[in-house]
Design a protein around this ligand. Sequence first.
Ligand SMILES: [Zn+2]
Length: 376
Amino acid sequence: MTHLFLDAHQDLAYNMAAFGRDYTRSVAETRRLEAGSAIPSYNGNTLLGWPEYQKARVAIVFGTLFAGPARLSAHIYPDSQEYTNPAEANRIYWQQLRSYQRLCDTRADKFRLIGSQSELGKHLVEWEDESQPHPVGLVPLMEGADGIADVRELAEWFGQGLRIIGPAWAGNAYCGGTREPGPLTAAGRTLLREMGANGFILDLSHMDPEAAFQSLEIYEGPVIVSHANAKSLVKGAMFNRLLEDDLLRALLERDAVIGVVPLNSFLNWNWKAEGSRQKVSLRMLAEQVDYICQMAGDARHVGIGSDFDGGYGVESVPAEVDSIADLPKLNPFLLEMGYSDEAVRGIDAGNFLRVLESSLPACPARNHDRFSSQSL
Ligand SMILES: [Zn+2]
């Protein structure tokens, strides 16, 4: 059986729209094209490229839809991907989903959307063949439910390929979020009910703990955390973005899979003050994996959510990592800690694959009127 990776969080559509990044290129090519431009100052030097996905055998990526509220901008993101009202958010999020559809239609040799068990099954069979490259599978994930204008729109989102929704980024109409604590609102409860009815996977990343506990109580469908680390291991971290032990326990009771993040500040809060990225190792990511596995009592509830290119680049990741191609360098640390080959396969891909296999619809959605190059 071939060894694969699944990355549960990459903001590809955002980078395509905001910076014109073309992820069919290599990392070196994108860096060369962006050298001297303002892009690396926004988002660092890229960690992602198609040859690098192939090198690490990253078969599936949860590709996000993400736009930011203008009230928090402060030049974190360029104007084109920020919104000042719900209609703008809705428009940008739809544009990003269309951009994945267009990418997969026009570069079918490089990327493909995965929305059903049958598509997933065929995709994985293809990736068993190690003699040639394969398209990277994309499962669309909405980060921040401001993109949804009305819950009655959820069926259309699902029909167009969206499979995972993380209601929070910052706080919004649905719930408290990062640096903006608060409960699940009445609108948030309605959203979760309708998400469950439509078969969505719930991503609790960025959700304030108060809202996250409430969501775990009422959500009937599958739950993941696409990208977050355990707070206990990140000394000095003073915000609600990382997972406290009590929330981790509640997540594990719900059989959630948690994607750990190889971002230096999520591994060592003071890494900049302490020197450089050379002092942060993937060993610390392995320690995050181990912490959650020890709490779970098994190795079935952790995956990887790199968030690469999600506001940072190569400057802010552990020393061993120059690009996504280096993800497999995590494995020797896990093996050294005593994890079996089977457990490592689960962490690298199998655990999130299990969530997809048990929650995707059996067949592709019927209203499959995906935006195609012919309809341009
Ligand atoms: Zn995020």
